[in-house]
Design a protein around this ligand. Sequence first.
Ligand SMILES: [Zn+2]
Length: 547
Amino acid sequence: MSDILGTMLAVGGYVSPVKLAVMVVLVIPWLYAAPWVAKDARRVRAPEALWNGAVLGAGALGVLLWLVVPVYAVGLLLYVVLSGATLSAYIVYRNGRVKESHRIFTGDWFQRLTSRRKAETIVVEQLVKIYDSHNKIVLSPPPGKADPALIETYNLAQNLLHDMVWRRASRVDIAPAGQQAAVRYEIDGVVIPQASLNLADSEGLINFLKAPAGMDAQERRRPQEGHVSVDITEGGHATDIVLTTAGTTGGQRMQFQLVKEAVRTNLEELGMSDDVLRRVGELNLAGNGFLIVSGPQRSGVTSTLYSLLKQHDAFIRQLVTLEKQPVVDLENITQHTYADDASLAAALAGALRRDPDVVMVDQCPDAKTAQIICDAAGRKSLLLGMHATDAFQALAKWVKVSGDAVAATKNLRGVLCQALLRKLCPTCREAYRPDPQLLAKANLGGQQIDSFFRPPTKPLVDEKGNPVTCPSCQGSGYVARTAAFELLEITDELRQMVAQNASLSQIKAACRKNRMLYLQEEALRKVIEGVTSIQEVIRVTQHAKKS
Ligand SMILES: [Zn+2]
């Protein structure tokens, strides 16, 4: 060895540290390659001793030549060629002995290698526990082993499911729109567009969720329904989600129906002002006659009908309903369903033959049904549901469908109309001084109002000044809903006016004289109380005008 070093010294005059470093760097791969070849040769059943010897020998010879050849660069080249060629020969040989998928240093192999790298860097996110349609937990893909695309889809599902439950969405819709998929949440009855997804991501997500939901993952066109449940707490309470999917021309669409809002059946919890509550209670329990309960689509009319029905004593009196689709099962109340609008009149007549005391009918589609209601209302209490944006419109619709203005109002005691308003989040609502002009416009100019409330206009921060999301409303500014009601009481004066085909403004003037408060005014009371915001009242009343 001292001879060899002596040679190097003789040639170069000294041992260059750079030359030594290059040598070490190039020899290290060979030191790794030799044992790998031994192991791999055993695995692919190649002659282990031969190949191990060849690789070791060629490398050793290369190093030796490198040291003894007077020109450093030539020695380096000899080493690289010798060890590289032997190693390449081995790889070509062993690749010839194995299946295509087990070959190394091929294009596919490099691709697999890089994707595995990627899989190692993608963290499998675990925000929620997902339970499939058989209530079994959906396992997460193993990190590092699973296809990175699957991990990304899994993470997307985790994030989306967590977000929709956390933000109390009642419905979520993912629908293809060109190269994107539009995502919409419905929170407290308001549709809120979210950031779009890539169409490919949305397709992946929908396909991923089909299997746990109990749907056919291969079926991409036919409408399907399934369900999963999601737990965003630590082993707390799982939220059931009904999934529906269907193919569209642009791709697949998926809807998530989260548990429906509990239907309230206690009249006092609906949001009526004390005055409306007292008067509607008196009208409801008058012994005979009927009340119309109206509101826009999905405005809680069914809740009000159920609550009014439950005001009657179910133990003493016989209570029945006629509903196309009962929303909840009511205790001690006989709920009849009817198939379509045309069969309601016959179903109602049938139910009345059993002589019930109180009857709730969810709608009145025709004159025949109206006539049965008018006749029965002379002896019984009835409640009728209707779609309308205010009580006057509901009254006009009722008179029109019944076709007889005198009979229509003879036993009609009152018309209720309601609108749902989101309640301001008590944690983050912001007080402000309302504009006096606005107050004057809303007929509140004379009242002493110091502050209104609205959703926060500045981002919320914690004690350290870091931005935070409100834990009570998750940033929407509102939590849950309440309803505002207007009650149009039918007096003899009004009956006469309707019979004489009086104009809407004449009827309104008569109601005003009778101290009726309009829906918007009832809603503004809730603004004054700090329950909701003026923006919410405007949103709801403008929405009602449009629909
Ligand atoms: Zn809040």
